[in-house]
Structure formats: structure tokens, C-alpha cells
Design a protein around this ligand. Structure first.
Ligand SMILES: Nc1ncnc2c1ncn2[C@@H]1O[C@H](COP(=O)(O)OP(=O)(O)O)[C@@H](O)[C@H]1O
Ligand SMILES: [Mg+2]
Length: 344
């Protein structure tokens, strides 16, 4: 029986989102066929092996109390995961990291997994790190002929005077590296800009300020099956007000996801082509969701590339493939089979 470790949680602002994504991933796996190790990295950064299924129970997390301490071991004699409470050594056949945000989606965890020499699902160190950095993403995309809205990065010592004089308001202010819209605000005035910068600096020492795009958001997922790319159905986020912030992403009160997007086939083809081009030029692997803006004049701008997009059954990425007939269970199995082969 193949042993698969699903690693989730993580020391990032998206800990709770990861619990939800991982719950869905674990539930979709064939428990008869695979031995599944559920590893939660706590908000303090401790690695825990769960003895039973966890439930999403808000802050209490009683299930963590019965967990054991597990740690990556990279020694001359052995590489793997050591459960120091049970004194048991695990060498999974595959690791599926289901962590969004810092230390999970930015190449850091991937680096640990590379050193463990255990195969893992998803983008590698470099592509994860680049995609997690909003400015680097835009710069590298430009070299592939894909445009993004003008942006400037700043540290605490700098002020965006020149940028604002040139592009005006409104602008989006973001931590350079983040997710789930945490720390992001839209600013229409100098006063709002000051507050937005202060907020973004709470999450990163570098922030990025972008000219707001007046239009709609559209996205396209890319999935790899044995090295062949499958292009997901393009979706659209319809916003009634504001922007796609943390609350809206998980409650969808003012926002609605349209699958498929209500745009022309020509736009869908163009978005799919750009998404695939970026996936390839960034060296992405297995999966990524590429998000764009379509402005009122029909111009398409890259927003960002998510190497571990939301992964619940209702999330955008799985829905892009469900639309093509690859349901959630099939999607997970396909990702596992990229590494495990189909002999068992
Ligand atoms: N330049 C922009 N123009 C218009 N809306 C934007 C812009 N940047 C971000 N947004 C809005 O903010 C949301 C979150 O920004 P994004 O860069 O995707 O951050 P995250 O990585 O947290 O998802 C987007 O989904 C969109 O609604
Ligand atoms: Mg986003």
C-alpha cells in the first residue's frame, strides 16, 4: 500500500483555509488504496501527526491534543519523517502539501521536501517562490509577453509619490507575498493610501502598489496529467461592490463565481493561451490557477498565479475541471497518479 502524507495547516495567515482544503483532499482519497498520514503544521510551526480524522471545529482543535510530534529528518543514515512519540520512522511514497501562503506555497516547504528526497505534488521551489512574489510574477510574465497593471514595490522608507503622480487613484496596496486578500486594501485618497500601506506592512516588509484595473476578474486553471497539460474552463468573478476580499472569498455574499465565464469564446481562448504560456515559462508543475483582469476596453492583464489555489470541492480550481468532466475525486487521483503510477 502506498503511503501518502498530506501536509496542511501551516504558519501562515491562511491556516484555516488550508484545513478546509486539506479536509476535502483527504476525504477524496481512496482510503482502501492508500495509507494516509495526516500531518498538520500548527500555527506555531510544530509538525503533528494526527491519529484520527480531524474536524474543522473553530478554535478548539481538540484533535491536535491526541496528535504526536513528527519531524523531518535529514541525516546521513536516513531521510524521512520521524514520529518521536511513537518512535516510528515514516518514508512516504509521496507528499501532498496542501498549504496556502507563507512557508507552504512559497517554495520553503518544497525546499524541505526536496532535501528529504521524497516526491511531492505541485510546483517546485523556484516556480512556487516566483509565483508567490507578486512583483516577480509580473516581471517574469512581461518577458513572456504577458502584461500586468503598472506596479511599484516599496519598503517602509519609501513613498509612492512618483507612482501616484503618474497613475493616480484608485490603487491596490498589497503585501508583496500573501494570499486570500489578507492585508490588501483599495485606496482612493492619500489618507486611505497611508492606512492601506500601514495595513500591508503588517504582513510583509515589502509591499506592492498597483494601479486598479477597472473590469472583471477571470481565471484559468492548468492541470498536468503525466506531463500533458489540461486547460481548465475559464471562470469569472462577479463583484457587486468592493473587491474580492477575504470575507467574500469564503462567503460569496457580494461576489459570485460564474463557471464558465460570461465572456466570448475568443476571450476564453486568449486567457487559456496566456495561462498555459505562463505555466510553462514559470516552470510550474502539476497544477496552478492563473488569474487575470479583463478591463472595459477588452485588454487582459495578469493578476497572479496561485500554485496552491483553494482546494475545497466548491473552490474555483476544482470547479474549472469539474466543468470538463473531471470531478473532485478524479482530480485528486490524477495528481497522485502523476507520481505513483497505476500499477496498484
Ligand atoms: N490591480 C488590481 N485591480 C483591480 N482589482 C484588484 C487589483 N489587485 C487586486 N485586486 C482585487 O483584490 C483581490 C486580491 O488580490 P490578489 O492580488 O489576487 O491577492 P491574493 O493573492 O490575496 O488573492 C483580487 O481578487 C481583486 O478583487
Ligand atoms: Mg488572488
Amino acid at each position: 500500500m502506498k503511503k501518502i502524507a498530506v501536509i496542511f495547516g501551516g504558519k501562515s495567515t491562511e491556516y484555516e483555509v488550508s484545513l478546509k482544503s486539506a479536509r476535502a483532499v483527504i476525504d477524496a482519497m481512496d482510503h482502501e488504496k492508500y495509507q494516509i498520514l495526516q500531518i498538520c503544521i500548527t500555527q506555531k510551526g510544530e509538525w503533528r501527526l494526527l491519529s484520527g480524522d480531524y474536524v474543522i471545529d473553530g478554535k478548539s482543535e481538540r484533535w491536535l491534543q491526541t496528535s504526536t510530534h513528527i519531524q523531518p529528518v535529514i541525516s546521513e543514515a536516513s531521510k524521512g519523517l520521524y514520529d518521536r512519540d511513537q518512535m516510528e520512522f515514516h518514508v512516504p511514497d509521496l507528499i501532498f502539501p496542501v498549504i496556502h501562503g507563507q512557508q507552504g506555497e512559497d517554495g520553503i516547504l518544497q525546499g524541505v521536501l526536496e532535501m528529504l528526497e521524497i516526491p511531492y505534488v505541485g510546483c517546485d521551489v523556484t516556480s512556487s517562490a516566483i509565483c508567490f512574489n507578486k512583483k516577480l510574477t509580473h516581471q517574469l510574465a512581461a518577458t513572456s509577453g504577458v502584461q500586468a497593471t503598472p506596479a511599484v514595490t516599496l519598503t517602509k522608507q519609501e513613498i509612492p509619490e512618483v507612482f501616484i503622480a503618474r497613475y493616480g487613484y484608485p490603487v491596490f496596496v498589497k503585501p508583496l507575498r500573501g494570499g486570500s486578500s489578507i492585508g490588501i486594501s483599495k485606496a482612493h485618497t492619500e489618507e486611505e493610501l497611508r492606512e492601506a500601506m500601514e495595513e500591508a506592512f503588517r504582513y510583509d516588509r515589502i509591499i506592492t502598489i498597483e494601479k486598479a484595473v477597472d473590469g472583471i476578474e477571470i481565471g484559468c486553471g492548468i492541470l498536468e496529467q503525466q506531463g500533458e497539460r489540461i486547460i481548465g474552463s475559464v471562470d469569472e468573478i462577479e463583484l457587486q461592490a468592493g473587491f474580492f476580499d477575504y470575507h467574500e472569498k469564503y462567503h460569496l455574499e457580494q461576489a459570485e463565481i460564474h463557471q464558465p465565464a460570461r465572456v466570448s469564446d475568443a476571450v476564453k481562448r486568449q486567457v487559456a493561451e496566456l495561462a498555459e504560456r505562463l505555466f510553462v515559462s514559470f516552470g510550474c508543475r502539476d497544477l496552478a490557477r492563473v488569474d487575470f483582469f479583463l478591463d472595459k476596453t477588452g485588454e487582459i492583464y495578469l493578476n497572479e498565479i496561485n500554485t496552491m489555489p483553494g482546494f475545497t470541492g466548491q473552490s474555483r480550481f476544482p470547479r474549472m475541471f469539474a466543468e470538463l468532466g473531471i470531478d473532485y475525486t478524479a482530480l485528486i487521483e490524477l495528481l497522485l497518479q502523476n507520481y505513483l503510477g497505476s500499477e496498484d
